[in-house]
Structure formats: structure tokens, C-alpha cells
Design a protein around this ligand. Structure first.
Ligand SMILES: Cc1cn([C@H]2C[C@H](O)[C@@H](COP(=O)(O)OP(=O)(O)O[C@H]3O[C@@H](C)C(=O)[C@@H](O)[C@H]3O)O2)c(=O)[nH]c1=O
Length: 187
């Protein structure tokens, strides 16, 4: 289904450690995910309390993302931005850890962001379209209309200058289509 999903690839453990298929096009197709991923991104955040988001690219360069954590842990979120969706402006979030290998699938039409729960976090994600700076967009992480329950635990999030100036959802006119499937809680 083209809504956010939490995916936990199987890990095959043995005396050496473990092995996992971190990406399988066939396995994702079984879950209803048919995006053609064309770019791999990798970011490093030095400090716990770093927040990146809420980001998306506007049509015609919307990006689905398949997000995972290679070091440390994050709290990862997706916000529904599909015009006419009954879950427009609603969010889902979950922890993604290097230790557990969990992934979050973020479809086109959803904003994405994360908050680092540890120091020295590496996040890797596949995207279904190339970086298109003219379509780079976002909404404010602390927009009260979205009311994200970030696990701040008293920390003041560390943001980029760009993210500090992002507009509110109310100022955004969505050109993302709604395909009839409302967002649901993550498994
Ligand atoms: C996203 C992106 C950025 N850049 C460049 C632009 C800039 O000089 C530098 C850092 O970019 P940003 O500040 O936008 O990086 P960051 O704040 O990490 O942005 C990312 O946040 C997460 C939450 C997402 O979902 C991503 O799609 C992306 O928006 O990297 C690329 O060259 N290619 C890319 O695909």
C-alpha cells in the first residue's frame, strides 16, 4: 500500500554475527511497494538531539524514501500531505535503530523527518527520484497543526538554518494526489 510502513528485514544470525537483505525489490513488491529507487543518501549527525525535517520534494519530483539507521538510533516520522486525504496533516513515527535494522517506507506525498536519539548517527535512505533543488520543500517540525510528539526529552533540537525557516502547513498548497488509501498506524 502507498502509505508509510515499518519494515523489519530478517536477520540471519550465526557465530560470526548476522546477515540481512537490507533491500529486496521483490520483498517490497510483496508489501505493495513498487517504487523505482534511483538514489542512495547517507547522512551523519554528530549529536543526539539533531532534527532534520520535515522535508519533501514537490511534484513532479516527489520522492518515496526507504529509511534505515546504520549507526545509533533515530525517531523517524512521516506526515501525510496528500490533498484531500482524510489523514492530511497527520503523522506516524517509530524508532529506527542500527541494532535492530528497522526501516520506514515513506511514500510520495508524505513529508519526512527524524530526530537523533544517540550521538554519531548515520542514516541511509533510498529515494525514488533524484535530488531536484527547485522542488526541495518542507514544513516546520514544530507546526502546532501537525503536533508531532517528538521525543525531545528536554533537549532543544539542533536544526539547519533552512529548517528553522520552514513555513507552516497552513501556508502550503499541496499538489500531491490522494489515491484513496488513508494513512494507518504502523505495525
Ligand atoms: C537532499 C540532498 C541534499 N544535497 C545537498 C544540499 C545541501 O548542500 C546539503 C545538505 O542538504 P540538506 O540540508 O537538505 O540535508 P538534510 O537536512 O539532511 O535533508 C534531508 O533530510 C531528510 C529528513 C530527508 O528526508 C531528505 O530527503 C533530505 O531532505 O546536501 C544533495 O546534494 N543531494 C540531496 O539529495
Amino acid at each position: 500500500m502507498p502509505i508509510p510502513q515499518r519494515i523489519v528485514p530478517v536477520r540471519h544470525g550465526d557465530a560470526r554475527g548476522w546477515f540481512t537483505e537490507s533491500y529486496s525489490r521483490r520483498r517490497l513488491a510483496e508489501l505493495g511497494i513498487a517504487d523505482d529507487f534511483v538514489q542512495d543518501n547517507h547522512s551523519f549527525s554528530a549529536a543526539r538531539g539533531t532534527l532534520r525535517g520535515l522535508h519533501f520534494q514537490t511534484p513532479p519530483h516527489g520522492q518515496a524514501k526507504l529509511v534505515r539507521c546504520l549507526a545509533g538510533a533515530i525517531w523517524d516520522v512521516a506526515v501525510d500531505l496528500r490533498a484531500g486525504s482524510p489523514t492530511y496533516g497527520k503523522w506516524v513515527g517509530c524508532a529506527l535503530t542500527a541494532a535492530g535494522g528497522e526501516q520506514l517506507y515513506v511514500p510520495v506525498g508524505f513529508a519526512h523527518g527524524f530526530f537523533t536519539l544517540t550521538d554519531n548517527v548515520e542514516v541511509a535512505y533510498k529515494t525514488s527520484d533524484y535530488y531536484a533543488p527547485d522542488c526541495d520543500s518542507g514544513v516546520a517540525w514544530d507546526d502546532p497543526d501537525i503536533a508531532l510528539a517528538w521525543p525531545l526529552e528536554g533537549l532543544e533540537p539542533m536544526l539547519s538554518d533552512k529548517d528553522r525557516k520552514l513555513p507552516r502547513l497552513a501556508d502550503f498548497v499541496s499538489l500531491f494526489a490522494y489515491d484513496g488509501v488513508p494513512m494507518a498506524e504502523l505495525d
